[in-house]
Write a protein that binds this ligand. Sequence first.
Ligand code: UGA
Length: 470
Amino acid sequence: MACFAEIGHDVISVDNDAAKIDALQRGETPIHERHLPELLQRHRNVRLQFSTSVRDAVAASEAVFICVGTPQSQTGEADLSFVEAVASEIAAAISDQKTIIEKSTVPVRTCEGLRKTLLLNGAQAGSFSVVSNPEFLREGTAVSDFLYPDRIVVGVDDEASAAVMQEIYRPLTSGSYYEGTRVVPPSACGLTKARIIVTNAKSAELIKHASNAFLAMKVSFINAVANISESVGADITQVCTGIGSDSRIGPKFLNAGIGYGGSCFPKDVQAFQAVAEQCGYDFGLLTEVMRINIGQRRRFVKKVRSALWTLRGKRLAVLGLAFKGDTDDIRESPAIEIIETLLREGSTVRVYDPAAAEKALRVLPTTGVVFAADPYEAAADSDALLILTEWPEFANLELTRIRTLLKYPIVIDGRNLYEPQQMTEAGLIYHSIGRGVGIPQDMSSVVHGSDREAMLHDSFAVSQAAGGGR
Ligand code: UGA
């Protein structure tokens, strides 16, 4: 809504949660999202109004975007009851020609259901059209993703709706927005005109689910390769550079780690599989994507256990609670699940996250968890440091300070934020994903048991890799 106001439209934002609307009216930003506070500040009470009345907002508008939640139901399908509920309210308010746009993430054929619901609830045939306009925003970069999109997809079944949608997005597709003096800076994409792809409604719906499932598959694929890389003593970051340089594959979404989380990939892969099942197609590939993803969290806990020998009684510093960097969202966060497992195994944790602590406080157990004010407070006197979220600030820690603060010089990085050599030079034993363990030269004797064999083998692989083909 803030971005539609930013490109010149008058927007009424409706929610049935009066507290949320009040907070927005007071100028409070409800989520941690770069550039959002400044856009709300700029457009609030100018082009951007807030209301709890669907009826008033629909009556005053030409286009109505449905952006309600579509949570996962117990059977894995998307629960469309919120879409249905809001559609029946919209139907009662349609008096002249409206374009009703489905923006929530929904399964293919939702536009059909939406049209039926509108008719059943009293909207006159011919007084509205239904459009699918999936969003491809990532949390944390949502504003720049909206304003500098790779593509805008609109799924329409009539020409008049196509014209409405083209008009809505014209400031981006004509490039006029980018010529303004006060535009949100681009994320280095050099875009001068956005691309719009017009399809039929069902294709647009399918594009959304297929895009998220493909990206999730890319993450699971590289995580599977990382596991092989780890076993044979290769370096997954080098492997990714090699794979990603093929322009048919591309370098994005090839960062190995503890798996994907968030409110989208886990739910959407599952929902897409449910769609396939309803079509009579066994999309087994998606089952594997999910299996690898969950396995990645478990492997990480195993890594912590093997680095520390036993988990009971250990005090662990944990950097990161959010499902990824630059957001305060902890939904389906691998970090939360890993922390819960570590607590169950008898460890205590000192956690730090730049934005997600408040939300994590509501879901994590109260015993065994201490919230620290910064990474160093978390590290102080801890037995090891774990990195679970790819926040940019976690990639720039003062490593020698960390080394002094930790009880044991062990870092276990689930996001590969460092080169192993950086860590070993700072005197830290460094475990990461898909790469050998980095062991400082003077420390090979403190690594014990069967791990030592594996670690020494791996550390040999690290120094070989660092040697660059000698
Ligand atoms: C995702 C899609 O990227 C957006 O295009 C889409 O609009 C959105 O879902 C949605 O459906 O609303 P988002 O959930 O914000 O966006 O997060 P991503 O940046 O895609 O990351 C998802 C997860 O994958 C995170 O846990 C992240 O840490 C992980 N990831 C991502 C990796 O483990 N490796 C990578 O290389 C990339």
